[in-house]
Design a binder for this molecule. Structure first.
Ligand code: C2E
Ligand code: CA
Ligand code: CA
Length: 454
């Protein structure tokens, strides 16, 4: 779950919902626990101690900023708790049942909290909760045991307490969902306008060979918002993917990158450069993806062999044949495929040979901890040696220190990208960096130009 989305308020709202749930669970668990101790109901006391304990665990996790863990925990234990209390919900005749109402709040809460997540969290858990709501609301699935029977006054309080807390949970979630939708709709409108007005710009992060030469760059998009200034891709790409706007944005990125490649092609000091472009899953899944890319490259005049398309392992999970076919079609034109963030996804090392890849990018997460975490170093060495066996190039990203680069060099890696060399820069600054790091080539180019004009 990435809580770094288009809307920082989204994270705050998710935190508020989890906090609300944790407080309700703790308060209900603790107060009923006291009540059942006084009433001498040990089974119900034990259940409510477990409930209050879970609420306190959630509060502790929230305080430590571990929202994802809290959300996952809540999504799994809350339905179990509600089901258990429904089973033990020995309501005296004449009183309505109310415990099952909590299933509604859990279902809606799960759907909202995991809205940007996979099928299981977003749909399966809410569906199970709704099915349980219907089942416990319409059938008598309660254990009839006098040891569990609570006095009528307490039962009446329980009905009210359950109805009120379930309603509060539901209202809280719906209010936050609505606030989220409003922000999301505004951002979506702004992004649509940005596509039309051309508010996106590309920054270029150098990719450097072991010998110090710049061998290429990765094109990274930024949104030049008229009021908010530069917005990083992490803040708008997820929403662009959700809304399908990633397709026009991705096409613009490709056109701009190919245009840049064609310009570099015309200059001796930059002719050798490759340019890597990120391709998102929904962009790749478009039926006309291959045709689109081929046309953009053809019209730009860029050399296809200088274009690298970066995709992630998540695209290798479904529909493998169609994925391979698309990749092959562009590979035949000379375009190179690079596997981004390698090691963080699901594909096993041995599955790599199914795909026509030219390069693997070792994910920053491995590089970040490689000097302190021995197993990361072992994984990096395994990736490098496997890539060599499969004839794939390797580039490591996120290199920030000389020690990291040294260790990668010892492991056999020869291409690097990271802040140690340069952050992503606008085109002017990138070309300045290029000419500074390749003085000999730049001097040769200047001489050539002088002799042509002279
Ligand atoms: P990515 O493809 O993994 O790109 C690398 C990210 O790591 C970039 O962040 C880059 O600025 C950052 N980075 C590079 N070197 C270092 C380093 O040494 N240390 C650290 N801490 N970070 C480093 P950025 O530009 O914010 O991009 C974030 C992500 O947004 C990209 O991750 C990529 O997934 C996505 N993205 C960027 N541009 C595009 C695009 O044109 N299309 C699509 N679909 N996604 C894009
Ligand atoms: Ca990338
Ligand atoms: Ca990456």
């Amino acid at each position: 779950m990435t809580y770094t989305g288009w809307d920082e308020g989204h994270t705050r709202r998710i935190k508020a919902i989890l906090l609300g749930a944790a407080i309700i669970i703790t308060a209900l668990g603790a107060s009923w626990c006291i009540g059942f101790i006084l009433a001498g109901k040990p089974v119900l006391v034990a259940l409510h101690i477990a409930m209050a304990g879970s609420g306190m665990l959630m509060l502790w996790l929230i305080a430590r900023g571990r929202l994802r863990t809290t959300a996952l925990l809540a999504a799994h234990i809350l339905p179990v708790f509600v089901a258990t209390f429904c089973i033990f919900d020995n309501v005296p005749p004449g009183l309505p049942r109310a415990t099952h109402l909590h299933f509604l709040a859990v279902a809606v809460g799960c759907y909202f909290v995991f809205r940007q997540q996979g099928f299981y969290l977003k749909f399966v858990i809410p569906a199970v909760c709704l099915a349980a709501f219907l089942a416990f609301g319409n059938m008598s699935l309660t254990i009839q045991d006098s040891a569990l029977l609570i006095p009528p006054q307490a039962a009446e309080i329980a009905v009210w307490a359950n109805s009120i807390t379930a309603l509060c949970g539901l209202v809280l979630t719906v209010v936050f969902m609505n606030a989220d939708l409003t922000v999301r709709r505004r951002m979506e409108d702004e992004m649509r306008r940005a596509v039309v007005n051309g508010e996106f710009v590309l920054h270029y992060q150098p990719q450097v060979h072991d010998d110090g030469h710049v061998i290429g760059a990765e094109a990274l998009v930024r949104w030049n918002h008229p009021e908010k200034g530069h917005i990083a891709p992490g803040k708008f790409i997820p929403l662009a993917e959700e809304t399908g706007l990633i397709v026009p944005i991705g096409n613009w990125v490709l056109r701009a990158a190919c245009h840049q490649l064609a310009l570099w092609e015309g200059r001796a000091e930059s002719r050798h450069l490759t340019l890597a472009v990120n391709v998102s899953a929904s962009q790749f899944r478009q039926p006309d993806f291959v045709h689109n890319v081929a046309e953009i490259v053809r019209l730009s005049g860029a050399r296809p062999s200088q274009l690298k398309l970066e995709l992630t392992e998540s695209m290798f999970i479904e529909n493998i044949e169609a994925t391979v076919a698309k990749m092959n079609a562009l590979r035949e034109l000379g375009i190179v495929w690079s596997l981004d963030d390698f090691g963080t996804g699901y594909s096993s090392l041995s599955a790599l040979h199914h795909f026509p890849l030219g390069q693997i990018k070792i994910d920053q997460a491995f590089v970040r901890d490689m000097l302190t975490n021995q197993s990361n170093m072992v994984i990096i060495e395994a990736i490098i040696s496997l890539a060599a066996k499969l004839g794939l190039h390797v580039i490591a990203e996120g290199i920030e220190t000389v020690d990291q680069r040294e260790r990668l060099r010892e492991a056999g890696c020869r291409a690097y990208q990271g802040y140690l060399f340069s952050p992503p820069k606008d085109i002017g600054a990138f070309e300045m960096f290029l000419s500074r790091s390749q003085p000999a080539l730049a001097a040769a180019a200047t001489n050539n130009m002088a002799s042509v004009s002279g």
